[in-house]
Design a protein around this ligand. Structure first.
Ligand code: GLU
Length: 443
């Protein structure tokens, strides 16, 4: 067996019952085969064996009291995967599906995504099986305070800087920041995605969605296409989907469908984003409520959003939400570009369908890196005790996304994989981390 297959086998044996982690590792490692042919020194230094093993994994109890006075217990975790190029950085996910396999897949992806941004940030991820859905603000606050009461000892502005992900937005970051400051007495940039009145960065809220569209714009432009007059389907209706929609609309595209875990809306006139923002950001409601304000639109229960005809598809909900059958439906309907706003939303079989059918495909590590990149800009501003304007941060974000596209694309061509951004992003992200690890010895 070759080096890559050998390490992959060991990962599966050593981490049983973690299919999402296996999937993420397989996807990266298999595209690295040509790197090891060119660089046998990486194998000699055991780079792969080290990179697939988190530097540190922290699991802890999160007890809290609900509004009925009952004691609830959730499991908290932080997986500090790799600090070769900077302090650990990556989001926290609060969702009932969270367990170590999901957090390891996300943490592993984060290493390469963060590297691709060109900024000095290592990879980590964390979260809890806590479900914020249906909880009162007071319950969410008590949970966040309890979570941070354990997490605080493992994080810090130069150690590990968590942020949001699914289920963790401005409200949760605020409660966790307050508790960190209360315990440590430090007013430091320990979390990103903070509110603008206490150290947050302009554009951070919009960054993942805007960044996705900036990267797609660069990719489309290479083939003489653009968002202007394109019909776009975006899954999800959280932070990433909302701001991807906003940017697509600004560029003259028409977003006709959005969804949540219950079902999808189809609005042939183009979705009204003010309504979606009100439902999702203010009322914390379900997407089906959209049709109350827009009776011309349709609501369909269940999956099926990928059967909606479109030119460009942007999966922005969650992992493995778009499978092989969905990919075939998109291709049959003439979709010519797909960009992953979520982490690993397309299954490996779906990606294969896109590649075989010459659909332009931007993998999440490149396409959704705008969020974490802007988090790194928030860290810089916190260190300087200074804030840049919206236009300044937005320009930097755009620059970073265009550079990610160029780096991934150039690396793919250098290694003989033409337009394959999956391989390009994986190799480019890996090389920087591997070289830093080589320089720092066996640690
Ligand atoms: N959770 C986001 C991601 O997947 C953002 C992480 C961050 O800002 O640190 O990259």
């Amino acid at each position: 067996m070759g080096y890559v297959q050998d390490v992959l086998q060991k990962v599966i044996e050593r981490n049983p019952h973690e299919p999402e982690f296996h999937q993420a590792v397989k996807e990266v490692l298999e595209s690295l085969e040509p790197v090891f042919e060119r660089h046998p020194e990486y194998e000699a230094a055991g780079i792969l064996e080290r990179i697939v093993e988190p530097e540190r994994q922290i699991f802890f109890r999160v007890p809290w009291v609900d509004d009925n006075g009952r004691v609830q217990v959730n499991r908290g975790m932080r997986i500090q995967f790799n600090s070769a190029i900077g302090p650990y950085k990556g989001g926290l996910r609060f969702h009932p599906t969270v367990y170590q396999g999901i957090i390891k897949f996300l943490g592993f992806e984060q290493i390469f995504k963060n590297s691709l941004t060109g900024l000095p940030i290592g990879g980590a991820k964390g979260g809890s099986d806590f479900d914020p859905k249906g909880k009162s603000d007071a319950e969410v606050m008590r949970f966040c305070q309890s979570f941070m009461t354990e997490l605080y000892r493992h994080v810090g502005a130069d150690i590990d800087v968590p942020a949001g992900d699914i289920g963790v937005g401005a409200r949760e970051i605020g409660y966790m920041y307050g508790q960190y400051k209360r315990i440590t007495g430090l007013y430091e940039g320990v979390l990103t995605g903070k509110g603008l009145t206490y150290g947050g960065s302009l554009v951070r809220t919009e960054a993942t969605g805007y960044g996705l569209v900036y990267l797609m714009e660069a990719m489309l432009a290479d083939k003489g296409k653009s968002f202007k007059d394109a019909t776009v389907v975006i899954s999800g209706s959280g932070n990433v989907a909302i701001y991807a929609t906003e940017k697509v609309q600004q560029l003259g595209g028409k977003v006709v469908a959005l969804n949540d875990s219950n079902g999808y809306i189809y609005d042939k006139n183009g979705v009204n984003l003010d309504t979606v923002k009100r439902i999702k950001e203010v009322e914390r409601g379900r997407i089906r409520e959209y049709i109350k304000d827009h009776p011309d639109a349709e609501y369909h229960d269940g999956p099926g959003i990928w059967n909606v005809k479109c030119d460009i598809a942007l999966p922005c909900a969650t992992q493995n939400e778009l499978d092989e059958a969905d990919a075939r439906a998109l291709v049959a309907n003439g979709c010519y570009a797909v960009g992953e706003g979520a982490n690993m939303p397309c299954t490996p079989a779906a990606v294969k369908v896109f590649q075989e059918n010459k659909v332009m495909f931007a993998p999440g590590k490149a396409a959704n890196a705008g969020g974490v990149a802007t988090s790194a800009l928030e860290m810089s501003q916190n260190s300087m005790r200074y804030s840049w304007t919206f236009a300044e941060v937005d320009a930097k974000l755009k620059d970073i996304m265009v550079n990610i596209y160029k780096t991934a694309s150039k690396t793919a061509w250098d290694y003989g994989f033409a337009d394959n951004l999956v391989v390009g992003a994986n190799i480019a992200g890996f090389l920087k981390v591997a070289n830093a690890m080589m320089a720092q010895g066996i640690v």
